[in-house]
Ligand binder design. Structure first.
Ligand code: 5GP
Length: 206
């Protein structure tokens, strides 16, 4: 039976482990792909253009904003990030489900557009102290960047913890448990009756 593609946001504050979870879970599930975002941030060691992000200049990002290329975009820690329409169009056309690993303002913009079609999973790093520890252990950012990210994380958690905003809460205490919970959510969301067209549902009645 055909259904609308899932649009799943994996949301959480910085260092919640959301990108680690996405990288582990997405390849395990058939028909699920990660939406590759566009950003003005410099690539980190090991990151590949076109795979981790589409890395562009500020001018190029602005040009794409002006031409209406983005379905959502936001500024985070001095850099611009956005999802391009083409990602969703491709999912609709080829019939795969899509995961967005984006920050809160982006989730809000997608929610405003897609309403209940969007599924938001809030990944929480168990405690604020744990979050700070993980952020420092990462050590790719300067002290100033870390401070900015922690402040932002507190603000994001307040928004994400609202049931009107997030559909699911996954505590990322043990990574593999969190991965399995996200997999289970994807499986359940794929079975949601409202995702199937009314003609198909009627045909089930014989
Ligand atoms: P990082 O620089 O650590 O890769 O990402 C910083 C933040 O930007 C993360 O919270 C990440 O989820 C978010 N982000 C990545 N891509 C996008 C995007 O396309 N749109 C929005 N709104 N946020 C994004």
């Amino acid at each position: 039976m055909k259904r609308h593609p899932l649009l799943i946001c994996i949301a959480g504050p910085t260092a919640s482990g959301k990108s680690t979870i996405c990288k582990a879970v997405v390849p395990r599930i058939d028909g699920l792909r990660l939406s590759v975002s566009t950003t003005t941030r410099d690539p980190r060691p090991g990151e590949t253009d076109g795979l981790d992000y589409n890395f562009v200049s500020r001018d190029e990002f602005q040009r794409r904003v002006d031409s209406g290329a983005f379905i959502e975009h936001a500024e985070f820690s001095g850099n611009l990030y956005g999802t391009e329409w083409v990602n969703i169009e491709q999912a609709e056309k080829e019939g795969f489900d899509l995961v967005f690993e984006i920050e809160v303002q982006g989730v809000q913009q997608l929610r405003a557009r897609y309403g209940d079609r969007l599924t938001t999973i809030f990944i929480f790093p168990v405690s604020y102290q744990e979050l700070e520890k993980r952020l420092r252990a990462r050590a790719t950012d300067s002290e100033e960047q870390i401070g900015k990210r922690l402040k932002r994380a507190k603000e994001e958690i307040a928004i994400l913890a609202d049931p009107a905003f997030s559909d699911y809460l996954v505590m990322n205490d043990r990574l593999e448990d969190a991965n399995q919970q996200v997999e289970a959510i994807v499986a359940a969301e794929r079975c949601r009756l409202a995702r199937f067209g009314s003609a198909q549902l009627k045909s089930l009645g014989g």
